[in-house]
Design a protein around this ligand. Sequence first.
Ligand code: NDP
Length: 310
Amino acid sequence: MTETMVFFSAFDDFDGWRSALERELPDLAVRRAEEIADPRSVRYALVWKPPQGFFDAFPSLSLVVNLGAGVDALLGRTDLPEVPITRLSDPMMARMMAGYVLFAVLRYARDIPVFERAQRRRQWHYIHPRNPEDVRVSVLGLGELGALAAMELARQGFDVTGWSRSPKEVQGVRCLAGMETLPKVLANAEIVVVMLPLTPETRSLLDTRRLAMLPRGACLINVSRGAIVDEAALTEALLAGRIAGATLDVFEHEPLPPESPLWGMENVLITPHLASVAIPRSAARQIAENIRRIRSGAEVLHRVDPRRGY
Ligand code: NDP
């Protein structure tokens, strides 16, 4: 019997998801909400920021799949059904993220922003390259995305420290865990990469006090969620030169408002929240596996814990 999955995303990527999922599960019909005649036939929802009240229309849901790795927007709602919630976990998404992080770290480690500025002055400004082993990078968050990025940085020879909530082992990475170790992780970071989920615990984690724990002249890369870093405190530290540069893919308010001072700052590189995106072809496999598990009564994979917030 064919089952229905309802799809909602502000991005116009419906056709890609429908064909990838229906290829994985020929007895699944993926439909937009407005195409569904009988809402009671809908067993699964694949959603990215659906409007408030969206789930009320579908009383037979047995699984909600968040169309992304970060679930903060979904868990902040009051209309979630009492069914398992999963997030995307896709090796291709992790690879794309690791590529962005590697680019951003190498850009600082090889002094590229200095050469960009020198070029604008038509100046031949030689700085002898440093060995990656002498560049200390701290990666905050060692989840599916953070662990791979940290491993790639270690593979490039950087001196990498990783930080998570619970103790972890990541090849080539010095791993520390828990709030009490954060000051040490920050004090040791010439480049800090933020790869934490946004939860009540991590909101504004990098505030004025914690940003001041970074060594003078450190650089910050944020690829997870803007609200983890106090944007006003970061802007101030960048203006004062205490933080030498920032690469920001995410912001407290997106799109970043035109009046934000960050736009005009020479030592800031801004990208519009695309460090990594979900790729239907590869992510559909994981979604299909979870639907099979729901059908057979097994535990789903990559389940989100609403109490933990990620
Ligand atoms: P995971 O949920 O797999 O991992 C989260 C990591 O953060 C874990 O290591 C976890 O610790 C750690 N962590 C969580 N809370 C704390 C805390 N309070 N203190 C210390 N460590 C903590 O997430 P992913 O790696 O898949 O993704 C990270 C984030 O990246 C997503 O939540 C999303 O917001 C963002 N993202 C951004 C994209 C972009 O394009 N910019 C694209 C995709 C995702 P532990 O291991 O102990 O659980």
